[in-house]
Design a protein around this ligand. Structure first.
Ligand SMILES: Nc1nc2c(c(=O)[nH]1)N=C([C@H](O)[C@@H](O)CO)CN2
Length: 131
């Protein structure tokens, strides 16, 4: 089992349950691990045969920037759904953090795992070699 990952992808968005949080943009941070099989890409040295982390990051930036969730739980579930359905990822682990949201803590948030750890072939969009 191999992993393609994105660490500490920072995105500004509207998120939170309090009135003041509906009026400002806050930064969330995404750590994402996506199961894949890198062997064909390694053997061919060709982006078409792997999960393109830049394509995933671009999609998540566009989604999160335009979202207005109350809870990190709701945002995390939607991110997981996008990654699984649009990029053909069979299993992922996502940490979604709100840095500085609680005084005294570096960050707070959720960690979720979704799917099964079988290695699916990257979908057409996942390769995204034109990006
Ligand atoms: N489990 C959660 N707890 C809390 C959330 C959340 O999204 N999930 N959100 C808040 C507030 O928005 C907080 O981040 C503001 O400081 C509180 N607890």
């Amino acid at each position: 089992m191999d992993i393609v990952y994105i660490r500490d992808l920072k995105i500004d968005t509207i998120i939170g349950i309090y009135d003041w949080e509906r009026e400002i943009r806050q930064t969330v941070s995404i750590d994402l691990e996506m199961v894949t099989d890198i062997r064909k890409a390694a053997a061919t040295d060709d982006i078409e045969h792997t999960l393109n982390y830049k394509a995933v990051a671009k999609r998540l930036i566009a989604f999160v920037e335009g979202s207005e969730f109350l809870l990190v739980e709701a945002m995390a579930e939607e991110i997981a759904s996008i990654v699984r359905t649009e990029f053909g990822v069979s299993w992922l682990r996502l940490r979604l953090s709100k840095p500085g949201a609680v005084r005294g803590a570096r960050d707070v948030g959720v960690i979720i795992e979704r799917g099964e750890r079988r290695e699916a072939a990257p979908s057409a969009m996942a390769t995204g070699s034109e990006l």
